[in-house]
Design a protein around this ligand. Sequence first.
Ligand code: PMV
Length: 307
Amino acid sequence: MSDQRFSVFAPGKTILFGEHFVVRGGQALAVPVSELGTTGKVSPAAELSFCCAADVAFVKRAFFTVCEAIGMAPPAIELDLETTLPIGAGLGSSASLAVALAEIALRLAERRPSEEEINQLAYRLEQLAHGAPSGVDNTVIAYRQPIVFKSRKEIRSLNLSAPLQLLIADTGVQASTAAVVAGVAQRATANSAWFADLLGQADALVDQAALALENAELERLGRLLNANHRLLVELGVSSSELDRLVEAALAAGAKGAKMTGAGAGGCMIALVDSEAGRSVGAALKAAGAVRLWSTQVDAVDPRGAQR
Ligand code: PMV
């Protein structure tokens, strides 16, 4: 029996720019959502047992996978997992679970894991859940800081010079990331010139957004979010529910708004300030949001870790 008792917390995430394009050679800009996430509690037990509301069969398979990957026999523990993240809604529920399980397994193996070790192991679980994910979700969650992600080898952290206030609204429509990504693949293959043009525009938005964030140009950031939403509409991954919420947020005074994550349902985000936050929230509810969260992404101390 393992005598270890500890808990871990892995946040959620939201992609501000570049979802889908990042799967096909583009870059994405993502931030952690610290108000939501997965909590994993480990306690000693006579045998390995799981306690979670999520799909226990998947959690078991995922935990055995990480144990095997690090060469550890599955330990005798009780593993209690809870999440406050909506499932299949674009806020990184599977990546958050993956990061939590990876950290738990590495700590049980009596290692002091680095963020990168956790990230690499979590990516394996993301592959188990999604096939061939870009890796942006597990990376932003494992590092818990805003990043620009181009590939698993090209990642840079972003130093925000002002905090970001976002509202996140859930359409309540669940969608499968794999199915939406497959639809994009089909359209991109059928019309490669059209896709290349969109990809070029999306990549330019990421570069401009990174600068806007580093220089605290929030009005500009808002306009860039709107432009990214229009690209995702053209890519065919938005939905009438998402578009309605985006329009409602803008009409109520948000600086910018867009769908986030795989789309076809799930969540959208609106960039607000403290003045507009309340009216935008009310407008989102009136336009059909089934759940609403407010998150603040903090400015990073410039002396903080740089990758
Ligand atoms: O699964 P979601 O909704 O959190 O979004 C993942 C982001 C995509 O770019 C659509 C897929 C990927 O692998 O990056």
